[in-house]
Design a protein around this ligand. Structure first.
Ligand code: RTP
Ligand code: MG
Length: 148
């Protein structure tokens, strides 16, 4: 089963959006296999966003993501990586469609509520970065049959 790493960023946690965001992915039919409220160290932030190391916004990004608690999650389901990105909306909330998380709640690119892995490789990397294997659960096939 495909898995992705999603994270409510500090702005989303502070604005009380964890419940709404979890609810959207639950209602869609995806399964939560791991979750925790946590603070991100500077070291973890730099590793997580290492692809943007050379970008001018990198230090602002690290400062923002370490500025308060985040809600880290692993979700699974058919095509969860691409579908979650669609449900999040485009990076810049100004351009994100209404009905998406960023489109409904965000205003500026530097505070865009949620992170989601953008490929199979990044999902695998990010899940390993944030979770130990024993922090993730498995569901029985019986439960999966309600959805598929
Ligand atoms: P994320 O990694 O957080 O899920 O966001 P994303 O894939 O939609 O966007 P990405 O290109 O990976 O950028 C990572 C985060 O950097 C911030 N950013 N700021 N000031 C800027 O022009 C700018 N561009 C990107 C955003 O907060 C984005 O989520
Ligand atoms: Mg990204």
């Amino acid at each position: 089963m495909e898995k992705t790493f999603l994270m409510v960023k500090p702005d989303g946690v502070q604005r009380g959006l964890i419940g709404d965001i979890v609810s959207r992915f639950e209602s869609k039919g995806f399964q939560l296999v791991g979750a925790k409220l946590m603070s991100i160290s500077e070291e973890l932030a730099e590793k997580h966003y290492e692809e943007h190391k050379e970008r001018p916004f990198f230090s602002d990004l690290v400062q923002f993501i370490t500025s308060g608690p985040v809600f880290a999650m692993v979700w699974q389901g058919e095509h969860v990586i691409a579908t979650a990105r669609q449900m999040m909306g485009t990076t810049n909330p100004q351009e994100a469609a209404p009905g998406t998380i960023r489109g409904d709640y965000g205003l500026i690119v530097g505070k865009n509520i949620i992170h989601g892995s953008d490929s199979v490789q990044s999902a695998e990397r990010e899940i390993k970065l944030f979770f130990q294997e024993e922090e993730l659960v498995e569901y029985s096939k019986l439960i999966n049959n309600w959805i598929y």
